[in-house]
Design a protein around this ligand. Sequence first.
Ligand SMILES: Cc1cc2nc3c(=O)[nH]c(=O)nc-3n(C[C@H](O)[C@H](O)[C@H](O)COP(=O)(O)OP(=O)(O)OC[C@H]3O[C@@H](n4cnc5c(N)ncnc54)[C@H](O)[C@@H]3O)c2cc1C
Length: 386
Amino acid sequence: MKFDAVVIGAGPAGSASAYTMAKAGYKVLMIEKGSEPGAKNVSGAMIREAVISKVFETKDLPFERIVKRVRLIFKTRENETEISVKPKDKLYTIARLKFDKWLAQKAEGAGAVLITKTTVTGIEGQKVITERGEIEAGKIVIAEGANALLSMSLGLRRELRSEETVLGIKEVYASTRDEVAKRFGLQGDEGESWRIITDYPLPSAGFIYTYKDAVAIGIGAKVDEITQRDIRPFELLDTFKEPYSELIKGFSLREYSAKIIPENGFPSFKPCEGSIYVVGDALGLVDPLTFDGIGPAVISGHLAGKAESCNAYSNSLYEASEILKVMRSRPLTRELLKGDNLSLYIHLVTDFSLSWAEGDLSKLKYYKNSLGTILKHLLLGLEVVQ
Ligand SMILES: Cc1cc2nc3c(=O)[nH]c(=O)nc-3n(C[C@H](O)[C@H](O)[C@H](O)COP(=O)(O)OP(=O)(O)OC[C@H]3O[C@@H](n4cnc5c(N)ncnc54)[C@H](O)[C@@H]3O)c2cc1C
């Protein structure tokens, strides 16, 4: 069997790539190991419409709710401060199974062929090897997600060390549309997104997202911190969600999943070699602190689909704002996830709020010794240092 292009993986990156190439008239095959697109994927998930619409027509995008308010919560064991943000962009919550199916259908609609329940086991030259046989391809796009076994076997990237990975764990609790609206005080299609950073029981970033008739709740923490402190992933999530138990009381558990989020990636991973291209999480294009990865996956998939050479793809990644954002945030994100750094800011924000509330700002003098660290992070954020 021969195709102009074979795309491995039908996640957001794979479908964006297959869609772009099929639309341009290429004969495209997309291979997915799950029973259907999205079956194996893990996300909160919140997406920015402005990014998805750069590639896809979004009129019929299967969103859950439109996020009207993002609540940022800084939480210590004893205290918490909340900042409420009205998003400027149009943000949607989405359920991955529905969203990934919709993306794959767009690719199929443009003419790509999708086969599921098929794992690609290797790539040899221009041949894609599966358990069911071999396919010859002019162009190969690897959109296999964070585990990236194929990209590693080809030497395009190395395996990540545990200190370079975050583990994301997520549950979805289902109820009725009315009950979700009542608990969060929502009207119609309105939704909420909560982003919580906490240092208890260890530095981690969590989220609560409202779906139509369900609530997604999850947390991510560095793998080496989880192992060093001998905490099991489900215990971490249980501790995190305990203060929010009233929000999901009586709801039924619909989903439990966990996945690695890479803390490193392009440009230290190779985006392509010859006619083999790597996109999305496989290329490390995700922010492990904000979990923002679907947008970069869609954009990188699209760019790889469009590119006529490895050089052109590599250059286009450096020009895409969505990809630059991940690359530029990485040094600061990495630093914030180190040791007690996240904890410093959580305490700074909560102490500042408390001092303000109590009318005694002199308490902030305790942060005098942290000025060096804060200045270093500012310089990283300003890209003055790398
Ligand atoms: C807990 C958690 C919460 C998150 N929340 C958000 C969020 O709110 N917003 C956001 O933008 N991002 C979020 N992310 C990140 C987001 O999920 C990823 O960045 C995004 O899914 C990357 O897309 P992808 O297509 O590169 O990879 P994936 O979505 O992982 O897709 C890879 C696909 O390839 C298939 N595959 C893998 N290997 C093979 C093979 N050998 N043969 C055939 N098929 C194969 C897999 O089954 C899968 O379908 C979150 C991540 C986690 C872990």
